[in-house]
Ligand binder design. Structure first.
Ligand code: SF4
Length: 230
């Protein structure tokens, strides 16, 4: 199908010199704790329901997280937080992720990264963000017909989404919506109502400091689930 075709094309992308070098260097060097595991070391495809009601937009795979497991938002602390919450609100069938064959499934939801290759210090450059944007846009277009709510984990994903929306037929209000936790914007897609929700990223920076708590994350995901009618 079209999503599988897109995944196949993304998986061989080498458009960003710095990120290609980093993702592959990390995959060869590995971290001691994962020395016995093969690393994916390539771009990360979107993952989850093919016809999602809820779309979750993150930043980029972590060097030893998604870049190791090959599955977006798994294998690191942010992913642990996120999947535990998705399970609590009923958008995932299990609270934890072990490996690609663990039977974990998203229920009515799909995850997608704004930048598909692991960046050094989790920080893509603006040029890398823009180089990867067509992949994000292409996937957004394919899943838009069923999507009713989009949760942006962090301002980076929020900005990439707002930049992509006009190209898929969704007008962005002026003044441009601002990112904030639990802020939501009701937009109109060619297929019906579409709500964009902001959510602090479940990075350790936010979860260790209490800027993002479990109830705060659960509340946004539960709201998206309800908007999506999952
Ligand atoms: Fe290609 Fe995106 Fe990876 Fe850059 S970040 S190499 S555009 S998949």
């Amino acid at each position: 199908d079209e999503l599988a075709e897109l995944d196949a094309r993304v998986s061989v992308c080498r458009a960003c010199d710095r990120l290609v070098e980093w993702r592959e260097e990390v995959a060869v060097g590995k971290r001691k704790a994962f020395a016995d595991q093969p690393y994916w070391g390539r771009p990360i495809a979107g993952w989850g329901a093919a016809e999602p009601r809820v779309l979750i937009a993150g930043l980029a795979p972590a060097a030893h997280g998604g870049n190791r497991t090959g599955r977006v938002f798994t294998g690191d602390r942010s992913g642990d937080w996120l999947f535990a919450s998705l399970y609590r609100v009923g958008l995932a069938n299990k609270p934890t992720s072990e490996h690609a064959g663990d039977g974990l499934r998203l229920l009515g939801a799909r995850m997608i990264a704004a930048v598909r290759c692991a960046p050094p210090a989790n920080a893509p450059t603006p040029a890398e963000r823009d180089t990867c944007a067509p992949w994000f846009r292409a996937e957004l277009e394919l899943v838009l017909p069923t999507t009713r709510a989009i949760v942006c984990l962090g301002k980076f994903g929020f900005d990439v989404l707002l930049n992509a929306l006009p190209a898929v037929g969704v007008a962005v209000p002026k003044p441009r919506p601002k990112f904030g936790h639990a802020l939501e914007y009701r937009l109109t897609s060619p297929y019906g109502e579409l709500t964009v929700l902001g959510c602090f990223h479940p990075s350790q920076q936010n979860t260790f400091t209490g800027k993002l708590t479990e109830p705060m994350l659960d509340a946004v995901l539960a709201r998206a689930k309800s908007l999506g009618g999952v």
